[in-house]
Ligand binder design. Structure first.
Ligand code: FAD
Length: 439
């Protein structure tokens, strides 16, 4: 480890795992696989666990399987930035695509989803260091500032969300850089500790009666509604219903869903502890921050306010944290040149799942329920969609989710291996650069 950007105690694991390592709470000695259950849930992240929590609260027996420790996927690796709708169908004209009524229902539901996570944290007593400091979205060009202004007006008009437009001369009130051309502040937004949240959800689901089985990959599914049979290396299980919550880690066992998802690696680094004065200059109001680039940067302070966590798509192939860290350090110092000498203590990666239409997807295929395609923003949405699947199974709602049953597109010959990502990534980066040159 020779590069000067690495602190002596640099680790290639998420900063979040210092407080909540999934492997510590979900050891390899897992409970035996039961012969049968009402609902078998594949995937132990926010979607699978929130589904389990609601089912168990309604006395419906359920078992959550994860191939790794429970919570090992994106749910313990993300940046923990939360908001209620600003990212839904980012880049999609929801009104033109789905009609004004459904577009409004989607945004309203995203707002409800935000409140739902706040309620879970409170009701279940989960200390996930949730802080509602708001989100700043920086425009990477003047043209994108205009797009943000229009999005802010639309959100305010459609759902009454409080969104403030910050012109470039006022930008340093929000973020200590001249990298952006102004932006917007979404007030109903903030940050949480993602790994403590997923651990808290797991504990709540278990308390309610759900069975969680980590280190157990579901390798085969046969049968149909009323009587599915799932095969794992540790035994088979019969289930009345199946719920798929594998998102960016979806594999060969669900080929129909796999063909509809594009797994993309996202990368984050954490800095060493920074002087108080530097922190106050970088993000004075402790907002969580993202930008409008197609290949975006996102960053925030750690919950204790001492470090910067900086994320982005460092590469479009799966590379190790030691390869991605110098790239992210470069991105970070392009926004904050004052951090040129700052060292990194952690660098890590995780998978998000994009859909070809950039929308979240909840639905049922061949009798199996699914909640997938977070498109990079799933802390709130995947928790909500998992909960919605539980309500659907329990028959506990007379109003279908606005996200239920959207067409779920794929592309001819696509099998789930996104060979085209490096080319598309390069094209998007080039367009981001052009936007700034033309500015
Ligand atoms: C680096 C990064 C930063 C992000 N930042 C943000 C952010 O700031 N805000 C935000 O809202 N979202 C963010 N996201 C997205 C967010 O983390 C995800 O949307 C969310 O965690 C997805 O939750 P999930 O339950 O759907 O899937 P996951 O948490 O990914 O869980 C899926 C699980 O399925 C398991 N699995 C797969 N196949 C099988 C099988 N056959 N059998 C058993 N188990 C299986 C996997 O092991 C995995 O644990 C980020 C993601 C990453 C990677």
């Amino acid at each position: 480890m020779s590069a000067p950007i690495f602190a002596p105690d640099f680790k290639e694991t998420p900063y979040w795992w210092e407080a909540a390592d999934p492997a510590a709470a979900s050891p390899p000695e897992t409970p035996p696989v039961p012969d049968r259950t009402d609902v078998a849930i594949i995937g132990g992240g926010y979607a699978g666990l929130s589904c389990a929590l609601e089912l168990a609260r309604r006395n419906i027996a359920c078992v959550v399987f994860d191939a790794e420790p429970i919570g090992f996927g994106a749910s313990s690796r993300n940046a923990g930035m939360v908001s209620g709708g600003i990212n839904v169908g980012k880049g999609v004209d929801l009104t033109a695509t789905y009609g004004a009524e459904r577009a409004k229902a989607m945004i309203d539901e995203a707002g409800q989803a935000y409140g739902h996570v706040e309620q879970i944290l409170e009701r279940e007593g989960i200390d996930a260091k949730y802080q509602r400091f708001g989100r700043f979205v920086g425009a990477h060009s003047r043209q994108q500032f205009g797009v943000l202004e229009r999005r802010a007006a639309w959100l305010a008009e459609t759902s009454g969300q409080s969104v403030e437009v910050i012109p470039e001369p006022r930008q340093r009130e929000e973020v200590g850089t001249d990298f952006y051309r102004g932006g917007i502040v979404v007030n109903r937004a903030g940050g949480l500790h993602p790994a403590l949240f997923v651990r808290g959800l797991a504990e709540a689901a278990e308390r309610a009666g759900a069975k969680l089985i980590g280190h157990t990959r579901v390798e085969a599914i046969s049968g149909g509604p009323g009587r599915f049979l799932l095969g794992t290396p540790r035994g088979n299980i019969e289930a009345r219903e199946v719920m798929i919550a594998t998102n960016g880690y979806t594999g060969a066992v669900t080929p129909w869903i796999r063909r509809r998802l594009i797994p993309v690696a996202s990368f984050i680094v954490a800095t060493e502890e920074l002087p108080e004065k530097t922190v106050a200059e970088l993000i004075p109001k402790k907002r969580v921050i993202a930008d409008t680039k197609r290949i975006l940067y996102y960053f925030r302070l750690s919950p204790d306010g001492r470090r910067l966590l900086f994320g982005g798509r460092a590469r479009f192939t799966q590379v190790g944290a030691r390869t991605s860290a110098p790239i992210l350090h470069r991105f970070m110092t392009s926004v904050f040149p004052q951090l040129a000498e700052t060292k990194l203590t952690h660098a890590w990666t995780g998978n998000v799942a994009f859909a070809f239409d950039f929308m979240p997807h909840l639905g049922t295929h061949e009798g199996m329920h699914y909640a997938v395609a977070c498109n990079g923003s799933g802390v709130i949405m995947q928790t909500w969609l998992g909960h919605q699947v539980a309500l659907k199974i329990a028959g506990g709602t007379n109003r279908a989710s606005a996200y239920d049953g959207l067409g779920f597109p794929t592309r001819p010959l696509y099998s789930g291996r996104p060979w085209f990502l490096p080319a598309i990534g390069a094209w998007y980066r080039w367009r981001d650069r052009i936007d700034r040159w033309l500015d």
